[in-house]
Each structure stands twice: as structure tokens, then as C-alpha cells.
Design a protein around this ligand. Sequence first.
Ligand code: GFB
Length: 324
Amino acid sequence: MTGASTYDLTGKRVFVAGHRGMVGSAVVRRLASENCTVLTADRRELDLTKEEPTLRWLAANRPDVVIHAAAKVGGIAANNNFPVDFLCDNLALELSVIRASHAVGVRRLLFLGSSCIYPKHAKQPIAESELLTGPLEPTNEWYAIAKIAGLKMCQAFRRQYGDDFISVMPTNLYGRGDNYHPDHSHVPAALIRRFHEAKLAKAPTVTVWGTGTPLREFLNVEDFADACVFLLKNYSSDLPINVGSGDELSIADFARTVAEVVGYQGELAFDTSKPDGTPRKLLDSSRIRGLGWRPNVALRAGLAAAYADFLKGSGRHLEVSATR
Ligand code: GFB
């Protein structure tokens, strides 16, 4: 069962929860080329972790579609250091947004998960069927448990009430609007910033966390936003669906690529006191490929665009952790 289905966004009201985050803002940009009305709520206007105000806001604004891109996110160190925030904030957001969406009769909801929902030693490339087949990676199990709960909520609402709620699992994302916090960001933003600062300081070495051996797959956020819109229009199933690029490389090779893009010519040093996280995380994206979607942005070109964005200062340089 592929989950192929068609839904027309023309004339629909689409609420993007978390529109200031890296993913939410990319989804808003992508939706601009659809013939729909995009709804957003400023964080000062609406706290999405609170169900009553969220319900009132949705009832007043009547979206047909909700894209739940609001989440507490961060890299391996942030996940490790703030387990309460990653577990509780994300659960609160899911309960509030998903239940309120059901209550006001939202027609379609797209929930964003993460590749870290899969077991640490999942079979590679990771098919959706690997979910809950083994223990999670300890550095991000709090976030993973919250995201698994979100996808289970979508399945539960679909089973009990027939709601058309779907879940999408992106691989590691990077791109415009990322969070460049030196300690709490994901590896692409962390290294763009570190290599840039080292280039300016003419520093002889740059430190990369861990052994450099973990393998990661990276997808540009503009491609991911395109996949989200594609799935809204073409996919309906209780099975989560993976979205990856197939661009897998070691963290050491990734760091060398970022250094080249930034123009840093010094040496790399690996700090093995820092965690590696899961050894490999390559998604099996054959289901979305089978529906006809393909990524467009090559890694080096995407990193060059992300670096240009960083230089413009449009990322979030100092926040403790990102979106919502
Ligand atoms: O991006 P990252 O934090 O995400 O780290 P995960 C990826 C790899 O890069 C790890 C290494 O092996 C890190 O040790 N790395 C090297 C660095 N230098 C750095 C650095 O300066 N900063 C960071 N952050 N990493 C996350 C989860 O895991 O994946 C999240 O913790 C989320 O919850 C995300 O699911 C997609 O791939 O390890």
C-alpha cells in the first residue's frame, strides 16, 4: 500500500505552526507558489503548548490544513542537556495542536517527526517498518519518544475518528534560517559558524565533535518543504513516510566539505570526549520516491546557499534552541 491519494490545496486555508523555525519558514516560502491562504500565529499572540488558546485560535481562523512544524529542536548536545524541554515541550505542542485540530474539524494535518525515532541500530537504509524494533539512541531518546508519541497521536486520531492526519520523517536537515548557536545547533550550522570564525581568526585548527566516523544523510530544508507540500497533495496513510536525499557521508567528510565551502584552509581536530550519537542514519526514501518526489538541491550547493544566508545574518545566531 503506497498511500497515494490526491488533495487539492487550491483555495484552502493552511496553518503553519512554527512558521519562524527553519522548517516552518521554508514551508511558508514553498506554499507561496500554491494557490492557498497561509495562516501563521506569532508566538507572542499564541502559545501553542496551551490547548485552550490554541483551540480558540483555530476555531477563529478555521484552517482546512495544519502543518505542525512547531517543535523544540537542537543538536546532539542540546538534546542531551535539556531532556525535560525536549520531551515535555514537544509532547505539550503535539497534544495541543493535534487535539485542537481534531476538535475544529481540520481536514488534513501533517506532523513532522525526525529520523531519530528509529532504533539506534536499525537496519540501513532505514525503512518506516523499523519503528519500535529496538532501543533508541540515548543522546536523543527524549526527543525521539516525543516524536514517536506525535506520530502515534496521528495514527490514533485516524483510527478512532477517521481524521486525515499524516506523519513525515525527515533526515538531518540544514539550510536557510538554521540556528547557529555554537553548542546547541545541529552539525551543519555549528560547523558553518566555526569554520567561518576560524577563517577570520586565521586559526590553524578547527575542532569537530566526536570521532568523525558517524554517517549522516543531509537534506536541504527547501527540498524538505517541497516534500511536505507534495505529501499534503499526494499522500494519505497511517504509515509515517521518510524523506531523505540519499546524500550520505561521514562527519569527517562532511566537515571537510563545509570547510571548502566556507574557504577555511586549516586542519581538523576531532574531540572524542564529545558524543558521536547514532553510528549511521540513512533513511530508505523509496516510498516517497515511488510516489514521484525527488530532491533537487545538491549538498555542496545547498551548503553554499546556507553559508550565504549565515553571512546575511538571517539565521538565529544566539538562541538556546530553536523553533516554535
Ligand atoms: O547534527 P547533530 O547534532 O545530530 O550531530 P544527530 C551529528 C553528528 O555530528 C554527531 C557530530 O556525530 C556529532 O558528534 N558533530 C561534529 C557535531 N561536530 C559537531 C558540532 O559542532 N555540533 C554538533 N551538533 N554535532 C540529532 C538529534 O542527532 O539529529 C536530534 O539529536 C535530531 O534530536 C537530529 O533528531 C536530526 O544526527 O547526532
